[in-house]
Write a protein that binds this ligand. Structure first.
Ligand code: HPA
Ligand code: ZN
Length: 337
């Protein structure tokens, strides 16, 4: 790729809309937090842990991801993890980020809900002050657990309502369709929360449809399998439903064999509001700019696609319209240089 396009990708202003904060936990920090908290890991070294990051599908990743998150105990741990991600994102010219977190992974281990959200949220406030970055929190429900657990988690979140911009649905997709979470999503909608769900990553296009029709989500996380259904693809384009695509994740979890097989360009050509994101950057080989640069190297994507992706990232965000327009003007000004 020519150096000019690489610099454009790296320096253009952008938003990240699909990042699981627990998936930003680098092996070095996992070991540091384990030592700080007196936790013994099943892995004896950072290298041994990294070598275990050879995934065959979503579940093989989730098993290691949940194990890594077990070192998080204190509010400071959640702050340190989030702050490390925000600094890296800032270095990638991410000026707005909407962060997923999985409270059930922690409350199931006896960590208080407030410990989790207060640590993550404090880092977001710090990023606004120190880095001039905006950020928001999306609480995800774990779909491999019963809806009753999600409803109980929502109860715990109510005193923290003001810290949340929305809710999502993540974890093992196959066999856990969106419609299983109709009641909890209806309650969240009534609370004025934005709604998103992982769908069409490993699961079929039908899961994208029920996420829209039953859960009433506003964005689809991943959604890459939509192209298997022409009518669905047309609907997503017509209704401008954004997809938060994560190319390196898709290759690591074998949704596509190689980055050169990825359908990002086909999604854009179909008129979809696709965005590029890192998903779980510590596990999948890269942060935002690694995803952009490697995907542009693998596919015939050009400068106009870079501009489209930067634009889409803000259009698809849950920012208020005034702030959205401000960022979109920054994108336009950047591409006029
Ligand atoms: N899919 C589903 N659940 C997840 C993911 C993902 O890519 N990352 C973290 N939790
Ligand atoms: Zn994800």
């Amino acid at each position: 790729m020519d150096a000019g396009l690489r610099t454009t990708l790296q320096e253009m202003p952008k938003a990240e809309l699909h990042i699981h904060i627990e998936g930003s936990l680098e092996p070095e920090l996992i070991f540091a937090l384990a030592a700080r908290n007196g936790i013994t890991l099943a892995y004896h070294s950072i290298d041994e842990l990294r070598r275990a990051y050879a995934f065959t599908d979503l579940q093989s990743f989730l098993d290691i991801y949940y194990a890594g998150a077990s070192v998080l105990l204190t509010e400071q741990d959640f702050f340190d993890m989030t702050w490390a991600y925000l600094q890296r994102a800032h270095g990638d010219h991410v000026c707005h980020t909407e962060i997923f977190f999985d409270p059930q992974t922690h409350t199931a281990r006896g960590v208080a809900f407030s410990t989790v959200i207060d640590g993550v949220h404090r880092a977001l406030r710090e990023a606004q002050v120190q880095l001039g970055m905006s950020g928001a929190l999306i609480m995800c429900f774990l779909r491999h657990l019963p809806e009753e657990d999600a409803l109980a988690t929502l109860e715990q979140a109510l005193p923290h309502r003001a810290k949340l911009i929305g809710v999502g649905l993540d974890s093992s997709e196959r066999g856990h369709p969106p419609e299983n979470f109709a009641r909890v999503f209806a309650r969240c909608k009534a609370l004025g929360l934005h709604l998103v769900a992982h769908a069409g990553e490993e699961g079929p296009p039908a899961y994208i449809e029920t996420a829209l029709d039953v859960l009433h989500v506003e964005r689809i996380d991943h959604g890459v399998r939509c192209l298997e259904d022409a009518a669905l693809t047309q609907r997503l384009a017509r209704d401008k439903v954004p997809l938060t695509v994560c190319p390196l994740s898709n290759v690591k979890l074998r949704v596509f064999d190689r980055l050169s097989d990825h359908n990002l360009l086909r999604l854009l050509d179909a008129g979809l509001v696709a965005t590029v994101n890192s998903d779980d950057p510590a596990y999948f080989g890269g942060y935002m700019n690694d995803n952009l640069v490697q995907t542009f190297e693998a596919l015939p994507l050009q400068r106009k696609h870079a501009q489209q992706l930067a634009h889409n990232s803000f259009v698809a965000s849950f920012l208020d319209n005034v702030t959205k327009e401000k960022y979109l003007a920054e994108v336009d000004a950047f591409f006029l240089r």
